[in-house]
Design a protein. Structure first.
Length: 160
């Protein structure tokens, strides 16, 4: 399996998981559908994420993760599939992990997996779509040793 994973750190002000862990989670998730693929992970701050969220979703303020699937032009030769870009706001992920009582590492893994599933074409616009996507995320997170992120009252001790 060959994956081209580009990780961009646009915001170094917040502690994030080691690059080796980010790559591990990305590879494990990609392995569900692809033998080879290219993906970019961009880690940003509040300001950049707020601008992206406003531009592409018409919503004010930052969000945790955005996915930008790449649409291959029909005339482009098929080689390694370029899946697209995932943008994660480090500040939002940190705040959410704290407020939800989750380990930062577990929430980071979830955001990466969530973003990649969007690149795979999954969505959560309807309850049915959300249930399908959540079940896939739960299964992937469990394969990495993390608990269900959607359980109410999940605490840090559940990740030990």
């Amino acid at each position: 399996m060959t994956y081209r994973i580009i990780i961009q750190h646009a915001d170094d002000s917040i502690q994030i998981p080691k690059t080796s862990l980010l790559r591990k989670w990305i590879k494990k998730t990609l392995n569900e559908k692809f033998q080879s693929a290219e993906i970019t992970l961009r880690i940003v701050g509040i300001e950049e994420m707020s601008a992206l969220n406003l531009t592409y979703r018409h919503k004010n303020g930052p969000t945790n993760v955005l996915s930008f699937p790449f649409e291959m032009p029909p005339s482009m030769p098929v080689g390694t599939p370029i899946l697209g870009d995932i943008v994660i706001c480090a500040d939002v992920v940190k705040q959410e992990a704290l407020s939800q009582g989750k380990l930062s590492e577990a929430h980071w893994a979830h955001m990466i997996i969530h973003g990649i599933f969007h690149l795979f074409g999954y969505d959560h616009e309807t309850d049915e779509e959300a249930q399908i996507m959540e079940n896939l995320e739960i299964k992937m997170l469990q394969s990495l040793g993390f608990s269900n992120p959607y359980e109410i009252g999940v605490s840090i001790k559940d990740y030990d």
